[in-house]
Design a protein around this ligand. Structure first.
Ligand SMILES: Nc1ncnc2c1ncn2[C@@H]1O[C@H](COP(=O)(O)OP(=O)(O)OP(=O)(O)O)[C@@H](O)[C@H]1O
Length: 409
């Protein structure tokens, strides 16, 4: 039917715009902004899809030429925010009627499995494991925890490496026993925003314990259940190397959202990692992917990359098990025991590359006296390794959310 003269025309009243016309104009501009962001395909490799595809453009309001865009990220990641911000602003400002754009980022970790009574506030338990000792599993676990906390998530680190607990040393915490609540729950110690619990806090490092299966099982249950973890997006669990009692206890008693396998590029480390992977799969624990540590060394003099421990190991493993390589952390002299001023002459990870224990001072006091550095992810320098740790952390968070979505279906 053709419009008759009597038909009220939205947006016109003798040439004077009405309030409803204004509102509809704003809605049209907001829809155009949404469309511009969607059609620009704003996204990053780490999101594995663009913002529109992940329903990430949650709200757009345009008022007085200013577009306020709310973006929902599935992972708390500063890196992602930094990568996306410019593209979102550019897409919004390309729309007629938009002079500037503000972005508000929201992020939340999905909750992959039903929570259990023992861990009511913990959304994701993430196991960090390696088939072989000395590949840098504890270093990676601690730094990933710090990187996730740094990106805004609530993070705990449970050092379940009963045979060689390192987390307190890595995070610069002394061995004092944790405080207890009136309900006799232990309060985790905190460093770099990470709530940390380790066997070392309880037994002290000079207290040798012969760890037999049932004792490990009991202890792991205690570290989870008798600790006031509070609300956490991620509880990172640093497991002992291999596939022993601690792994079994963990996957049997707790809803592990996913496991991350740390390996070096060498063949023997990769073979052991494969065994670890099979162990988790057998217990229906999703393997989120592989972190290849000590993956090449960039020579500061000639700037070329030397594959000291070989190449391709993690890729082969990833192909074989159809899981992604979540990150490749280069050999980084700043990781571990070198003094901040770099003149100790003993670069870590090179004199103790694969079999050694941490060569770090054992207590906070010693650490402070010797002016030792904080974990790499906390430092402002640290170059490629630091950046890789951050990217790896956000990929892990993204994979967990994928696992959560799959689980809900
Ligand atoms: N990317 C890296 N670059 C340089 N050194 C590293 C790197 N990753 C780890 N290291 C060093 O390698 C040594 C072993 O690391 P770490 O203790 O984290 O390994 P692990 O696999 O947890 O060992 P364990 O079998 O004792 O549990 C440490 O001295 C650590 O500082």
């Amino acid at each position: 039917m053709a419009d008759s003269d009597e038909t009220p025309h939205a947006g016109r009243n003798d040439g004077v715009p009405t309030a409803s016309a204004d509102a509809s104009q704003r809605d049209d501009t907001a829809a155009a902004v949404r469309e511009a962001i969607a059609s620009a395909g704003v996204g990053t490799e780490d999101l594995s899809a663009d913002l529109a595809a992940i329903d990430g453009i949650s709200d757009v309001i345009v008022r007085d030429g200013v577009a306020s865009v709310e973006i929902s990220l599935p992972v708390p990641s500063q890196t992602l925010r930094d990568q996306l911000a410019m593209d979102v602003v550019a897409a919004a400002e390309s729309v007629a009627g938009v002079e500037s754009a503000d972005i508000d980022f929201q992020a939340s970790a999905a909750d992959p499995r039903e929570r259990i009574d023992m861990l009511p506030g913990v959304k994701n338990v993430v196991a960090v494991a390696s088939g072989k000792g000395g590949v840098g599993k504890s270093t990676i676990a601690a730094n990933l925890a710090v990187a996730l906390a740094d990106a805004g998530a609530a993070v705990g680190l449970l050092d379940a490496d009963v045979y060689g607990p390192n987390a307190p040393t890595l995070l610069g915490l002394d061995e004092r026993r944790p405080n207890a609540t009136s309900d006799d729950e232990m309060v985790p110690r905190e460093a770099y925003g990470v709530r940390t619990m380790s066997m070392e806090f309880i037994t002290g490092e000079d207290d040798p314990i012969i760890w037999r299966g049932p004792l490990v099982d009991e202890f792991i249950k205690q570290l989870f259940g008798d600790v006031q973890w509070g609300k956490l997006d991620y509880l990172i669990v640093d497991l002992p190397p291999g596939t022993g009692d601690a792994h079994l206890s963990l996957v049997q008693h707790f809803p592990v959202a996913g496991a991350v396998i740390v390996t070096t590029p060498q063949e023997v480390a990769v073979d052991d990692a494969a065994r670890g992977l099979v162990g988790f799969a057998r217990h229906d624990t999703p393997v989120l992917g592989i972190v290849e540590n000590m993956a090449g060394f960039e020579c500061p003099d000639c700037e070329s990359l030397h594959d000291i421990f070989g190449t391709g190991g993690a890729d082969d493993l990833a192909d074989q098990f159809d899981v992604p390589v979540l990150g490749r952390i280069p050999l980084e002299p700043a990781l571990g025991s070198m003094d901040d001023d770099g003149d100790s002459g003993r670069p870590p990870g090179i004199d103790v590359p694969l079999v050694g224990r941490l060569e770090l001072p054992r207590t906070y006091e010693e650490r402070t006296q010797d002016n030792r550095a904080p974990p790499l992810a906390c430092r402002t320098d640290g170059g490629a390794a630091r950046e890789q740790l951050r990217i790896t952390a956000s990929r892990i968070a993204a994979r967990l959310n994928e696992a959560a979505v799959t689980f809900r279906k």
